[in-house]
Ligand binder design. Structure first.
Ligand SMILES: [Zn+2]
Ligand SMILES: [Zn+2]
Length: 240
């Protein structure tokens, strides 16, 4: 059976400052690709050139559905220290989900121990449902510990489609995504495919990520994009 992802929760709009699609363009692309739901997840205010908290506060005006696609309110927050602090502020509590990620503009790469502590610390924030691109060789991680913590805390690990493409600035993405997928599969952790689209035509593009998941024979029950239950799991209040 071909794997058919139903949603994309990692997408950016022009509001991020370094992306090239509008929310309307992203939604139309999601509809054209037959997605059930689109999550819009612009960068939190710590990213240079991006938006500020009022942008996220005003998500309340967004329709819950457009063009036949559910519209979900997300944020990609920056991990800012090795304790796992994230910079999304109180408005994170109003999001449907938060992705927490390491970005070079917002945290200096540390040792394996420091980077690992940063990511696991971010997972302890109950707003965080997904760790974005834990596959960047610029931030080496102890992937065994990251996967164990994700399983224990019920946080999904992202299989980031952009990390697998030649245009990506992250280091050793293809190798590290494979390692991440293998370990998540073996340890029973959840994964979620994200396009990390910075232009509308990449919304819902999981081509490279799906190829890796097939290659490692990733268990379908652990890939949240494949079911409405998987989406509901990501949208739940943590700790419930
Ligand atoms: Zn990111
Ligand atoms: Zn992103």
């Amino acid at each position: 059976m071909p794997l058919r992802p139903l949603f994309d929760l990692h997408t950016h709009t022009v509001a991020s400052g370094h992306a090239y699609g509008t929310l309307q363009e992203n939604l139309k692309e999601a509809a054209a690709k037959g997605l059930l739901a689109l999550g819009t997840s612009d960068h939190s205010p710590g990213m240079p050139g991006g938006t500020d908290k009022t942008f996220f506060e005003n998500y309340r005006i967004l329709p819950r559905e457009l063009y036949g696609v559910r519209l979900l309110r997300g944020m990609e927050a920056n991990i800012t220290d090795y304790d796992g602090s994230i910079d999304g502020g109180a408005v994170m509590g109003e999001m449907d989900y938060v992705i927490a990620s390491l970005h070079s503009h917002c945290i200096r790469a540390g040792s394996v121990e420091e980077n690992t502590r940063a990511v696991i610390g971010a997972m302890r924030n109950p707003c965080v449902k997904i760790i974005g691109h834990p596959d960047d060789g610029r931030y080496p991680l102890d992937l065994d510990r990251v996967v164990d913590a994700a399983k224990e805390l019920g946080v999904a690990l992202e299989i980031n489609n952009s990390s697998l493409r030649p245009s990506c600035r992250r280091l050793r993405g293809p190798e590290l995504v494979r390692e991440l997928a293998r370990k998540a599969a073996a340890k029973g952790a959840y994964a979620v495919l994200g396009s990390d689209a910075h232009i509308w035509c990449d919304v819902g593009n999981f081509t490279e990520g799906l190829a890796v998941l097939r290659e490692v024979d990733f268990p379908e029950a652990q890939l949240l994009n494949l079911s409405e239950e998987g989406l509901a799991y990501l949208l739940r209040k943590r700790g419930q």
